[in-house]
Design a protein around this ligand. Structure first.
Ligand SMILES: NC(=O)c1ccc[n+]([C@@H]2O[C@H](COP(=O)([O-])OP(=O)(O)OC[C@H]3O[C@@H](n4cnc5c(N)ncnc54)[C@H](O)[C@@H]3O)[C@@H](O)[C@H]2O)c1
Length: 477
């Protein structure tokens, strides 16, 4: 047996700025990937699955007492968090109770927005750890984390220790250690730890999921998802250049959840099936070094993230998933979102299409390469209208479109989180979804660093993946 122990350090180390160094030290515990991996005789690399501490239970279908008016504390008020404050002030059953950003001017801006609407909130800012006061604030029930990636996990862990539920922007965790820390802290503190994967709530995905649940496509056996988003215009807009620095320092799929989350729901991951093995392959970094050079970074050619990263994942039940990451090329924006079933197909990009088997195709015409029945345009709209997601009431759709947030999906996600907290229901996206969708980042890196070797996906439920039969939404009776 060939054994190898690897310690994979994945920190962005740029200690030219004191603030950055302080940030790194504070968050080192969450970011150091102390989970080690070893290759076994079957050639599969396995990472450590820590035993569940005695007396701790899983969070599957976890519910807590209803919270009639959820006080939300938003931490991180940049491009995403600033918008979240505005959006959340339209969601029924909650109010923004507190805001926090390292930069006082960002906290002031959000406060001005809230005060203009007559909403009183507490403001915390100016210090690396100002978020701690927000987490301790008794008016806060849910901490909504929209910081850069480095700060997601320390804020979320502290919030749960303070007895708060947490919802974390994507990708919520960058390392296996961080995934396990969130799982263990959520289980021990009995607090929800929600992944803010808004793409699970886009209209096409919601409808296709409902169709998959009703068996319209037969059994879903393969799915594809991606994050193809040319970030050229964005790189310099991120606070302290955190995103480019992260890409420079890390190989692997750094942003898997937009493509992965929605297809995992359609494949009932940890609701009857589970992720098993993953293999990744990437291109060289062609464009990354140019951005690093333009940003004045040291050693710009020392750039770890390939322009295109592909990850293939198999499931316990013999299904497959392909996930792609490309934030560097001018490929059009695309989350792929393809469901391949035994009897049908749904695909969202570049134009929405669905296919079902043609009835009564009697004559074989070898010039005709497509024997399936293709639904597009108005026909597709008519078909999809028969399978509206049960979470979409006409009022919700109208408000979501009005308030917006990527066409309304952000609002629908927020609405569902609050609705479930208001009614003491299980969340649509639990801490195991978070860990499964986010662990791809480090696992794909391990695969790449070992010649594209297969890597086992840990079972974050530690045996509970088959307890629930199929993905479903919870509703108040
Ligand atoms: N779901 C989506 O569609 C979507 C879209 C964009 C961004 N995101 C995610 O949202 C998060 C934020 O991205 P962004 O584009 O707003 O980045 P940004 O750089 O604009 O904002 C990050 C903010 O975090 C603040 N911050 C950093 N450390 C902090 C600390 N210790 N305490 C309080 N505040 C701190 C910064 O001051 C900054 O205002 C990221 O995780 C990103 O991946 C998700």
């Amino acid at each position: 047996m060939k054994n190898r122990v690897e310690f994979l350090y994945c920190m962005v180390i740029n200690n030219t700025r004191l603030m950055k160094l302080k940030s790194i030290l504070i968050t080192a515990a969450a970011l150091l990937p102390l989970v080690f991996s070893c290759k076994t005789s079957d050639g599969i690399i396995r990472t450590e699955v820590p035993a569940r501490p005695a007396g701790q239970e899983d969070m599957i279908q976890f519910v807590c007492d209803p919270i009639p008016d959820v006080g939300i504390g938003v931490v991180g008020l940049g491009m995403r968090g600033g918008d979240a404050v505005k959006r959340l002030s339209h969601v029924p059953g909650c109010h923004v109770a507190a805001v926090c950003d390292l930069l006082p001017e960002r906290a002031e801006k959000s406060m001005a927005y809230l005060n203009n609407k007559g909403i009183e909130a507490n403001s915390y800012s100016g210090e690396e750890e100002s978020y701690k006061a927000l987490c301790e604030d008794p008016s806060v029930d849910l901490v909504y984390v929209a910081t850069d990636w480095v700060h997601h996990v320390p804020v979320a862990l502290y919030a749960m220790e303070c007895g708060k539920h947490v919802a974390i922007e994507v990708p919520s965790a960058e390392t296996l250690q961080a995934c396990w820390d969130l799982v263990n802290t959520s289980e021990r503190t009995r607090r929800h730890c929600i992944v803010l994967e808004n793409c699970c709530y886009d209209f096409f995905e919601l409808t296709a999921l409902e169709m998959a649940k009703q068996g319209v496509f037969g059994e879903i056996i393969h799915a594809e998802g991606s994050y193809h988003h040319n970030l050229d215009p964005f790189w310099s807009a991120y606070w302290n250049n955190w995103r480019l620095e992260f890409n420079k320092a890390h190989a692997g799929d750094l942003y898997p959840t937009h493509g992965f989350g929605p297809v995992c729901q359609a494949l009932n991951i940890h609701r009857g099936d589970r992720l098993k093995t993953l293999v990744a392959m990437d291109t060289k970094p062609y464009n990354g070094p140019k951005h690093a050079r333009a940003a004045g970074m040291d050693n710009p050619d020392d750039f770890a993230n390939g322009d295109v990263t592909m990850t293939m994942i198999s499931t316990e039940k013999g299904k497959t998933i392909l996930i792609e990451h490309d934030v560097m090329t001018p490929r059009p924006y695309d989350r792929m979102y393809q469901l391949v079933g035994t009897d049908g197909y749904a695909g969202k990009y570049p134009i929405p299409l669905m296919c079902l088997r043609s009835e009564g195709a009697e004559n074989v015409d070898y010039q005709n390469l497509g024997s399936e029945y293709v639904y597009s345009g108005d026909q597709l709209n008519e078909l999809m209208a028969q399978y509206t997601s049960p979470i979409l009431t006409p009022e919700l759709v109208e408000t979501a479109r009005k308030v917006g947030g990527h066409g309304g999906m952000d609002f629908i996600m927020d609405y569902r989180i609050i609705y479930c907290l208001n009614n003491g229901l299980p969340q649509d996206m639990d801490v195991y979804d978070l860990a499964e969708w986010c662990c791809v980042t480090e696992l794909s890196r391990i695969s790449l660093e070992n010649g594209c070797a297969p890597v086992e996906v840990p079972d974050f439920t530690r045996g509970g993946w088959n307890k629930v039969d199929g993905f479903s939404y919870a509703f108040a009776k």
